[in-house]
Every structure is written in structure tokens, then in C-alpha cells.
Design a protein around this ligand. Structure first.
Ligand code: UDP
Length: 361
């Protein structure tokens, strides 16, 4: 297939502002290239692709980022800033659509979803979040009725947020596991990784670390610095070790030293990339039993689950997770979340969706 992958209108690839969508985009592109497809990536100016995606063409567009839906009121109206990146991306996608068999949209945004019935080239959407806005819920429900095969989701917990008429297509997620090294011997250190924003619940991980008397290393982009300061002030000095946002190669080297990764979503986390990234390094995960992480963490095998928002339960989960055999974590990631298996699932979805069009080529 000749595929056009349209990236997030929140940040350039490599900036971290796009959150988990960035790593999903790269795994998907690298994995589909390996399977012999032709890939073009349309993304914000300043985006970079790793060597594994070198065979893909990169088209860049300038423009102003979209506001993230998850940080707006649930009833908010659709908003487009002046000189919107989203508008630039989709103008280019529509102008060049005849050169592709499928357009794959990774943006959680109104405009590309709304375009679904109006493109000549089939337009597929990998939905990257659960329900966060009424207007998006309504449109996803509408497309689920008119074009059900055009939608895919990461997990069952995420898909359950939406009003779907058919069983959802679930594709999980994928990672280039060769970039993550197994580390057998942990340090006396807990870890937490993700965008530093209220929906990620860092304050609960910090409180659990303080109760356990262990330092908590924190990796990620400070989306909300005032929130970060509040979390810092909520625990004894020295509990948190701010490590900043690191590229994958450095992140995995540091993450792998942790005894346990804590994952504490306050929202219905669609997947939870950092859970799998930790497991790939051999780090067991203690997570709230909410959203994707509840499907990814296998109690007693790759980590431990706690009742959501219950810090005492999280402390107990960390203690249980410390006894997990680290090799089981790596093995689980290899079995379930390889880039190759993910790309095969995406390929099967896109071929099923665009089948009639492809047959006429
Ligand atoms: N991440 C990173 N460097 C860091 C911290 C995080 O590259 O220092 C990446 C991490 O690899 C993961 C993403 O940020 O892929 C966060 O994705 P996740 O699915 O956990 O949450 P989201 O941001 O999509 O809500």
C-alpha cells in the first residue's frame, strides 16, 4: 500500500508534546516499511524521524499547535487557532490524496474525523484517547455508524468510552524492542514517566514513594509547571528526582534501573506506552486498575494492580511488584507489543478497510 500517515497537530515528532502518539507513529511507520509498504509522514515542521523510518518520505507543515482536547472543558467547542497546523496538514493531505491508497490519521481532532465521508482516498483513524470532549464523542459515534471499518482503538477499555454499534477493532500498540535493553539488577529507585499533567496523577505516585521511603525518578515533559510545583511541595524534599524529557535511547537506559514503575492515570488512559516501555526493560509495573494499564499489567506476572486513586493500595501494589521476576516482564512485552506484530495488525485493518479500492489498482 501507498500510505500517508498524518501525525498529531500538537508538537513536532521528537518534541514530546504529542505524548504517546509520537512513539506510536514511529513504530507504525517503521513496522509498515519492514512489511514492504510505501510510507509518507505528514507532520509539524521540526519533526525528525529515526533511522528505522529513513525509507519514509517526511512532509512538514508550519503552523500553530491545536490546544489539547484533554485540557479543555468537556463541553468546549471546536477551536482552530489562526495559522492552524491542523488546517495546513489537512489541506496538504487532501491536495495529495490521489497519490495514496489509504490516509491514516493519528490526530484526535474534529477536522480529520469530519472529513471521513468526503475524501476520495479512504481515511482511517487510530483513535488515541478515550472520551474527553462531547463534540468528539458525538463525531466518533457518527463515524462509527457510517464508516465503522475506518476506526481502530488501542484497548477495549478505551473503546468502551464510545457509543459504537459494532465490536471495535483493537490494535494495541507496538515498540521497537531492540531499542530497549533488559536490566536484571534494579537500583533502590522507583520510576514514573509521562507528560507531567494532572490527568497522569503524578501526585499519587509521589505520595506512594514518600510512604515507602524510596526516591521517585520522574521522566517527562512538564506540560503544566504549576502542577509540577504542587506535586513537589506535597512530598518531603528529595522524594522526587526530576530527570526531564529524554529521547527513547536515554530514557530506557535510565528507566531500566528502576525497581518498579508506578503508573497512576486519573483518566481512562487509552493505552499507556510507558507501561510497556518499562516492561521491555524488565521493570515490573504497579498501576491503577484503570484504562489501558489495567489490560497491560498482569497481576503477579508483570506487576500489580491497585484500586484507582487509592494510595495505600498503590503502596501495597509496589511492594508486590518488587517480587516479580524481571525476565517475565521483558518476555511479555516481546510476545504482545512488538513493532512487527503491531504493524501486522495495522496492515490487516487497513487492507480490510480499503480492500475494494486496492483491488482496482
Ligand atoms: N517519553 C519520552 N521521554 C521521557 C518521558 C516520556 O520519550 O522522558 C515518552 C514515552 O516514551 C511515551 C510517551 O512519552 O511513549 C508517553 O506516552 P503515554 O502513552 O504513556 O501517555 P500519553 O502522553 O500519550 O498520554
Amino acid at each position: 500500500m501507498r500510505l500517508l500517515v498524518v501525525s498529531t497537530p500538537v508538537g513536532a515528532l521528537g518534541s514530546g508534546r504529542g505524548g504517546g502518539v509520537e512513539i506510536t507513529a514511529l513504530a507504525l511507520v517503521a513496522g509498515l516499511l519492514e512489511r514492504g509498504h510505501q510510507l509518507t509522514v505528514l507532520a509539524a515542521e521540526g519533526s525528525t524521524l529515526p533511522a528505522s523510518c529513513a525509507a519514509a518520505a517526511l512532509w512538514a507543515e508550519p503552523g500553530v499547535d491545536q490546544p489539547s482536547w484533554q485540557h479543555r472543558p468537556r463541553g468546549a467547542a471546536v477551536e482552530l487557532p489562526a495559522d492552524a497546523l491542523l488546517g495546513h496538514l489537512w489541506r496538504r493531505a487532501l491536495l495529495r490524496q490521489a497519490e495514496f491508497d489509504v490516509i491514516l490519521n493519528l490526530a484526535y481532532d474534529w477536522l480529520p474525523l469530519w472529513l471521513t465521508p468526503h475524501t476520495a482516498t479512504p481515511l482511517a483513524h487510530l483513535v488515541s484517547m478515550g472520551s474527553v470532549a462531547d463534540v468528539m464523542d458525538g463525531l466518533i459515534a457518527e463515524i462509527a455508524r457510517s464508516h465503522p471499518r475506518h476506526l481502530a482503538f488501542h484497548t477495549a477499555a478505551q473503546a468502551a468510552d464510545f457509543d459504537l454499534t459494532q465490536p471495535p477493532r483493537l490494535v494495541g500498540n507496538g515498540f521497537d524492542l531492540s531499542r530497549y535493553s533488559f536490566q536484571a539488577e534494579p537500583a533502590e529507585l522507583l520510576g514514573w514517566a509521562g507528560r507531567i499533567a494532572p490527568e497522569k496523577g503524578l501526585e499519587d505516585a509521589a505520595a506512594a514513594a514518600a510512604r515507602l521511603g524510596l526516591p521517585l525518578a520522574v521522566w517527562g515533559l512538564q506540560e503544566d509547571p504549576a502542577y509540577a510545583r504542587r506535586v513537589e511541595a506535597s512530598v518531603p524534599p528529595g522524594t522526587l528526582q526530576w530527570r526531564g524529557f529524554l529521547p527513547t535511547d536515554q530514557l530506557q537506559a535510565e528507566l531500566g534501573r528502576c525497581a518498579v514503575l508506578l503508573n497512576t492515570p486519573k483518566w481512562n488512559e487509552a493505552f499507556g506506552n510507558v507501561v510497556v516501555e518499562a516492561l521491555a526493560c524488565g521493570v515490573p509495573v504497579a498501576a491503577y486498575a484503570r484504562g489501558g494499564p489495567a489490560e497491560l499489567v498482569q497481576e503477579g506476572h508483570t506487576g500489580a494492580l491497585a484500586a484507582p486513586d487509592d494510595v495505600a493500595a498503590l503502596v501495597a501494589a509496589v511492594r508486590r511488584a518488587r517480587g516479580i521476576e524481571r525476565r517475565h516482564c521483558r518476555a511479555w512485552a516481546e510476545q504482545r507489543c512488538s513493532q512487527q506484530a503491531f504493524a501486522a495488525r495495522i496492515e490487516a485493518w487497513l487492507e480490510a478497510m480499503a480492500g475494494p479500492t486496492l483491488a482496482h489498482r
